[in-house]
Structure formats: C-alpha cells, structure tokens
Write a protein that binds this ligand. Structure first.
Ligand code: ADP
Length: 549
C-alpha cells in the first residue's frame, strides 16, 4: 500500500476530518478486501481552488477483482453488493459506499468508480473544504542541510519508488532510482558511486533474502559517509527487529509518511529532527497536547473505537495487532504512551509489557495503560505487576480514555443514563442499547454506525473461530475469540451477546468445554437477534444524518 499527497494540497483546511477519514477508510478497506495481490494506492490532489475554498480530488486504486460495468452504479445504493455471493465470500453489509456517497454529497463533492473486471478498480471522489482565513503559511521545511543530498532509492515497486523520489525532490535532494539489487550495487560502485550519502532501501526487495543485499550495500559503504534507512512493512515483521540488520541507521514504516521520512533523514544525515508536520500544522482540540500513541489491540472494532476517539482529539495513533507487534513497534518508533489490550494472540499484553520494560534503560519509562474487558478482581493488580501504569476497562469510554491519555479529565457530553434508551419499551429483550453506545463514543451516531458496519463484517470470522475452537477442543482459541467478540459486542451494549460470549470465554479459560456446544448455540441465537437490529440502526443513522444537515 502506498499513498501520495500532492505538494500543492494545503496543510490546513476547514472541514470535517472525521468524515473525510471515514470515506478514505471505507474505500481503502474495500480495496484491500477485494484485492488478492498487487497494490492499493491512495492519491490526493488539488482539483480546483477559489478565494474561499478548495476542492480536493482523491482516488483509491486497487488491482483486485474489479466490478462489472452493469454493477458500477448500483454499488453506491444502500445494502447493495455487486454480486449476491459476495457477502458469503467477503462479508460486508453493502452500506459502506452508500455512506461514502452521502458524505461526499454533503461536502459538495461526488464519488464514482472506474473499473475493469479482473484488473482492479479506482474509486474517485471530490470534497470541498474551506480555506482557513487565518492560515499560517505552509511550514517551510528547512531542509537546508539536505539540499542536493545524493540519495539512492532502492525499491522494486515502481509506484512506491516514484512516490519516494517525488518526496525527496520536494526537499531538493538529488535522487537516483534502482529497481533491483543489481542496479543498486551498480550505482554505488559506479563512477559516481562515492557521491551517495544515503540509501533508502525497501525491505521487501527480492534480493533481501538472508540480508544479502544489505551486506553488499554495507560493503560499499565501508570507509564512506553513507547511511542506510530501511523501509519496513507495517504488520509483516513478526520477529525481525532493526537489531537483525547490521549497518541500518534506522527504519521507517510503510506506507511512508512524509514527516516520518524527513525526520529519519534529518536524524541520520544532519543529526537533527523537525517536529512532525501535523504538530506544527495544528488540527488539535483546544488545549490538548498531541501524543504519539501506540495502540496494541487485536479486535478490529475496538481498534477503530480507540483510533477514532484519539484521532478526533488530534493524537497520532499507530496500531499493533498483537503484543509481539507492539514490542517491535516500540523498538522502532518514538511514542509518548502505549495503550495495551491484555488478551491478544501471539503475545499477550502482560508479556508485551514485561518485554518493553526489560528493553527500557535507566530512567526511561513509557506510560503503559492497560485496556481490558476482564472486569475481574485481581486484574488490576496483574496489570500493575507486569509494569503497567494505569488501567481502563472496555468498552472504552471517551472521557476516561482522554483522561488517561491527556492526563486530565476532558470535557464533553456525559454518557446518557439507561433511562434514555430508545428501547425503553422492552429493555430486557433489546439486543442492543444504541443510545448508550452512541453516548459512550462521545455522541457521534455516525461513528457508532461505522463501528456497527465493522462489527457485522468482523463477526462471521469470530464466529467461525469460535466454532472451530469448539470443534477442535482448543480452549485457548475459544477463550481468545470469545473474548474479542465479547469486547466488540460490548461497544454496542449488546448485553445478551456479551453474556453468551462471556460464558464461552470462561469455558475456554477453565479448559472445561463440556457444555460449549450449548453455549455456542445460545450465542448464535443472540447474534441472529443482534445483527438485523444493528443493520437497521446503521441505515437509520444514515437517514437521520442526511436529513439533519
Ligand atoms: P460492503 O460492506 O458489502 O463491502 P460497500 O458499499 O462498501 O459494502 O460495497 C458494495 C459492493 O461494492 C461490495 O460488496 C462489492 O461488491 C463492491 N465493491 C466495493 N469496493 C470494491 C473494490 N475495491 N473492488 C471490487 N468490488 C468492490
């Protein structure tokens, strides 16, 4: 995956960042879902500009299954999928694009698709944003020490390589491209080879096997002033740390963020770094200091809850899908705080915390806040014992999260009491308490609607996981999947599903699965009640949203 933002796109605009990212996330989610191999590329440019406003043109291109021509208009309708066998294979609700169409229209834009079956799809959309009247000039990066810097860009992926070269050109660096290891070594050993000061090396180069290419590059670097920055794939590096690669100055995660790359280059070559672009450009809630947060969480719904809440306050969030990834991310990035789920696959939050504490030296101490849906006595103690500093129980409440992250009680709408439930007529039988769920994320219906969509998409996978764990008598898997489902359902206050999942989780924890079959049937029953209600709520929210503006 790669992305490119054209240099003339202003840093500061007035609009609704939450909704804009909702569109982008929907399109990228679809692109990844429907693409088995190849790439997903997000581009953003300036379509037009007036005194007061700009129109941004964005596209998300994939190389996936494509969409037949006669279906290309239909997919923007509510609950429609290009093919009815789709939901069986890919899941989904058919709502995402309808929501995108509505949101773009509300932002005076439009959305359309170009696609060829079997070759991929490109979704385009435009949105209008107001200019900031008090706009500060786009911060001029003092890339002074980097002007004319000779950089060798080694990446076999032409799109990525092109993006990198464009970024470097913006900072007036002088680039040479290499698409293969052989080309890279030829450039370094050629007549002009000694002029290079920096190599940007993509980790997924075919010649990287057994780190052969790095060794060769290091050999060229001997006795020269040449540094190597490794571009690593997010989420793919379960057990390789920077430590495995001798001679690497630092790593930057892909897709490469311009400010990360500039910082890394500044650090490496000039020994200084500049504040992240967004820190200077603003975008923060008033009075809030932006934090760089590492979020370790395996449940997709809970990930989104936390990311949406944090980003809406202006914090930068990096997601790790399990404890091992969290440790890797911690090693290669700079963070102010870690939010750590306790139950995660591969390495749980307690072990990850102990590992991170072991890696810290002397006076270093990154605050680690546990997030857990256990709500069992002794839990808090176990977290503190492992080296965590604070503790949040799931489902996460916006106010408490902000308080933990920002170190002060945030202001905002207090969560609504149970009496405000829209299901007051028959509270016992309601599979979901929508209003409470909305209040819990700070009052944004669209956010809960998006989460409901995610839940509906994630659910079949978790159900299959639980089914397989029960069939195979795998207690650990049962515990883990049931736990994730419980946490996700808790976001919607879907108490009956939460209870059913909790029973299964307990069976998994106790290793006593005699009654698992019955508990599983009960869970399936409750889920069958929950799902249509959620889908309906999502559609409702969308309609209300449309008429409300
Ligand atoms: P869903 O939740 O079903 O994915 P969407 O409204 O997001 O709902 O998408 C509707 C349908 O459009 C999908 O089910 C799929 O058939 C088609 N579609 C969306 N994006 C893509 C894509 N990038 N490639 C191929 N088909 C897509």
């Amino acid at each position: 995956m790669a992305y490119q933002v054209a240099p003339d796109v202003p840093d500061q605009l007035v609009g609704d960042p939450g909704r804009l990212s909702q569109i982008v996330i929907n399109l990228i989610g679809n692109a990844i879902k429907f693409t088995e191999s190849g790439d997903v590329v997000l581009s953003m440019s300036l379509a037009s500009e007036s005194e007061e406003a700009v129109t941004l043109a964005c596209s998300v291109a994939d190389t996936g299954i494509g969409i037949p021509e006669d279906k290309q208009r239909l997919i923007f309708d509510v609950f429609s999928q290009a093919d009815s066998s789709m939901s069986r294979k890919y899941g989904g609700t058919g709502l995402g694009l309808a929501i995108c169409a509505q949101l773009t229209a509300m932002m005076n834009g439009r959305i359309w698709v170009e696609s060829e079956e079997g070759r991929g799809s490109t979704f385009h959309f435009t949105v209008e944003m107001q200019k900031r009247r008090d706009a500060v000039e786009k911060p001029v990066v003092d890339a002074g020490p980097l002007t004319g810097l000779r950089v060798l860009v080694v990446d076999d992926h032409p799109t990525n390589r092109g993006f990198l070269v464009d970024m470097l050109a913006e900072w007036s660096m002088q680039t040479t491209e290499a698409g293969t290891g052989v080309e890279a070594l030829a450039a370094l050993t050629g007549d002009d080879g000694e002029a290079f000061r920096l190599v940007l090396l993509d980790e997924t180069m075919p010649e990287m096997e057994e780190h052969g290419l790095i060794r060769e590059i290091n050999r060229c670097a001997e006795g020269r002033d040449l540094a190597v920055i490794l571009l690593v794939s997010a989420g793919q590096r379960a057990d390789t740390g920077v430590g495995d690669y001798a001679g690497i100055a630092c790593t930057v995660s892909k897709p490469v963020k311009q400010s990360d790359l500039l910082n890394a280059i500044m650090d490496t070559v000039a020994g200084t770094s500049v504040p992240a672009l967004e820190e200077r450009a603003g975008g923060l809630s008033e009075g809030v200091v932006a934090r760089r947060i590492l979020l370790a969480e395996d449940g997709v719904v809970n990930q989104r809850v936390a990311v949406l809440m944090l980003e809406s306050r202006g914090h930068a969030v990096t997601v790790a899908n399990n404890g091992r990834e969290a440790v890797e991310r911690f090693k290669s990035g700079a963070f102010d705080l870690i939010l750590m789920d306790v139950q995660m696959p591969e390495m749980d939050g307690l072990e990850a915390t102990r590992t991170i504490r072991g890696l810290e030296s002397g006076s270093d101490h990154i605050p680690i806040v546990a997030m857990t849906a256990h709500a069992m006595s002794g839990d808090r103690e176990r977290c503190l014992e492992a080296g965590m500093d604070d503790y949040l129980s799931k489902p996460i409440q916006a106010q408490l999260l902000y308080a933990a992250v920002e170190g002060a009680q945030a202001t905002g709408r207090p969560p609504a009491g149970p009496e405000s439930s829209s299901f007051a007529a028959s509270p016992e039988s309601a599979p979901v308490d929508w209003e409470k769920a909305v209040a819990q994320v700070g009052g944004d219906v669209a956010v809960v609607a998006e989460l409901a969509g995610l839940f509906l998409a994630e659910c079949p996978k978790l159900e299959t996981g639980i089914r397989e764990a029960v069939d195979g008598g795998n207690a650990a898997d049962l515990r883990r999947h049931a736990h994730t489902l419980k946490g996700s359902a808790g976001v919607f206050k879907a108490e009956t599903v939460v209870d059913a999942a909790q029973r299964l989780e307990k069976m998994g924890r106790d290793g006593d699965m005699d009654n698992a079959e019955a508990a599983l049937s009960a869970l399936a029953l409750e889920l069958d009640r929950l799902k249509p209600v959620l889908a309906e709520r999502v559609a409702d929210a969308k309609l209300q949203d449309g008429s409300g503006k």
